[in-house]
Design a protein around this ligand. Structure first.
Ligand SMILES: [Zn+2]
Length: 512
């Protein structure tokens, strides 16, 4: 259907019209010259932007925090236990699957223990991941279902589990989610994304994170119902055949080369400041990382790695160099391999990734949540190392493709918040410009997932019609920059009035 988006602002140009013909933009110009169309949507001066891409999402877990138990923002351990107890009372006997607790923000500075959790959960099986999802507390009932966890690395009798013990319990908890719970959660995530002007999410699936059935159910849902498109990724060492089987974007995503700072599991060259005997852990050998990259590169498939600490990032950089020697720089470049988080890169690793055209898939919400004086990064790493984390401007200066994401449920899907955190990075030298942040939230996300269509992620004639219209009031001059400045100062994000994916309306649903 030929549709006119009437009376929009394109940058500083007000009173514009944009015609969408099926999936593409076919005309842009002043309203006085608008052509005849079959459908007209009046947008009353809304700012029209390319729709956003969230380049790192875990849809089911994000949806469970929307539909179920969410412990983000709890002010103390007793407050968290009270929220857990209220949830348990409202859903007697059901598996409690939650996330978001962060003991570094509580006066007690510790995780709930097994006894406290058993009391609050009223005896139900419970899996409650820490905010960074790299460790979790569980209840006795869940632990009893999975006795092999007791012998695994990372098991702690307090019930706060890390490393392999955590992965085993997470799998048990995932398997205990009913298909109905899963469908509701995935729908909630996609609906929320659409409401926030997000046209695509990159789903970071893998055997230890969510499982194949979970990914297949999400891809089927995205095909069957109007909503953001889902670019699927699967992260499993040496598994590249699944990319063709499920029509995925790559053998990439959260292939965990290490853990996370908050859980003391990101792999460091020097010990944690608040745990001087601990440098975190590399989860794979150099050979394993290199083999995965080699296998993907030789098949022309995008590989990718979750790497956070400097030791982990250097390991991945060594693998890039080794595979480049074998296959040539051009073969590695052509795959546009991706790096998730990339929080603590050395300058030599950064140089390697830039030379080999790797994509930096980064989460500005992490700096907003954990950066700054006296907060988690500094507690774990000390001020000097903490200050160098998430150097977005260095990635941009080196010419790397940047793609912004949330890692929801770690931080919520919130594209304006992500751009604001990138432009307002706590370290001035690490900040992106407004244009860089916008590109990383749009075209960067599409190209990161292998969509190389000309004009993708922009507003231009011929471009795929992925668009979002925003109510911003009167903001003359540079409306995007001004709206973003408002968010950086703590104001609300603009309201999304319309989201189009390939020309189809996904928000508001009443327009469908
Ligand atoms: Zn992730």
């Amino acid at each position: 259907m030929r549709t006119l988006l009437a009376d929009v602002a394109l940058g500083a140009c007000e009173g514009q019209g944009v015609v969408v013909d099926d999936a593409r933009i076919s005309w842009i110009g002043p309203m006085s010259q608008a052509p005849g169309v079959e459908r007209r949507i009046d947008l009353d001066g809304c700012l029209l932007l390319p729709a956003f891409v969230d380049s790192h999402v875990h849809a089911t877990a994000a949806g469970l925090s929307l539909t179920g138990l969410d412990l983000h923002g709890t002010a103390s351990l007793p407050a968290a236990l009270a929220r857990i107890a209220a949830h348990a009372d409202a859903h007697p006997g059901q598996l409690i699957f939650g996330t978001g607790w962060d003991e570094t923000t509580w006066p007690e500075r510790r995780a709930p223990n097994l006894g406290e959790l058993d009391g609050a959960t009223r005896g139900a099986p419970a899996y409650l991941s820490r905010v960074d999802v790299h460790s979790a507390v569980v209840s006795t009932t869940l632990l009893e279902r999975c006795p092999k966890a007791l012998g695994c690395k990372g098991f702690d009798p307090s019930g706060h589990l890390r490393l392999e013990a955590h992965h085993v319990l997470r799998r048990a908890a995932q398997q205990a989610i009913t298909s109905e719970q899963r469908l509701l959660a995935q729908r909630a995530t996609l609906a929320r994304a659409g409401e926030l002007g997000v046209a695509a999410i990159h789903e970071m699936a893998g055997p230890d994170i969510s499982g194949r059935a979970d990914l297949e159910s999400l891809l089927q849902l995205a095909r069957a119902e109007a909503g953001p498109s889902v670019c699927g990724y699967w992260a499993e060492l040496g598994q590249t055949d699944i990319v063709a089987e499920l029509d995925l974007a790559g053998a990439a995503g959260d292939l965990f080369c290490d853990g996370a700072f908050g859980s003391h599991t990101a792999a460091l060259h020097e010990p944690y400041r608040d745990d001087p005997d601990n440098r975190g852990s590399l989860y794979f050998s150099d050979e394993q990382v290199t083999d995965h990259l080699r296998q993907a590169t030789s098949a022309g498939i995008q590989a990718g790695f979750h790497c956070i600490g400097d030791a982990s990032i250097d390991q991945v950089a060594r693998a890039f160099e080794a595979v480049a020697v074998e296959y040539g720089d051009a073969a590695v470049r052509a795959c546009r391999h991706r790096l998730e988080h990339l929080e603590m890169p050395s300058s030599s690793a950064l140089h390697t990734f830039a030379r080999l055209d790797a994509v930096a898939s980064v989460q500005p919400g992490f700096d907003a949540a954990w950066g700054g004086r006296g907060r988690m990064y500094e507690t774990r790493l000390g001020a000097a190392r903490a200050a160098g984390l998430n150097p977005f401007a260095s990635f941009a200066a080196a010419g790397m493709t940047l793609a912004l994401g949330s890692d929801a449920p770690v931080t919520p899907i919130d594209p304006w918040g992500a751009m604001a955190a990138a432009v307002g990075h706590r370290r001035v030298q690490s900040r992106l410009t407004v244009d860089q942040a916008m590109a990383a939230s749009t075209v960067g996300g599409w190209t990161a997932a292998g969509d190389r269509r000309p004009e993708i992620g922009t507003i231009a004639v011929g471009a795929p019609a992925h668009l979002a219209a925003w109510s911003i009031g009167q903001l003359p001059g540079d409306p995007l920059g001004a709206a973003l400045a408002g968010v950086i100062e703590g104001g609300p994000a603009p309201r999304c009035e319309l989201t189009l994916v390939e020309g189809g309306i996904i928000h508001p649903m009443a327009q469908l």
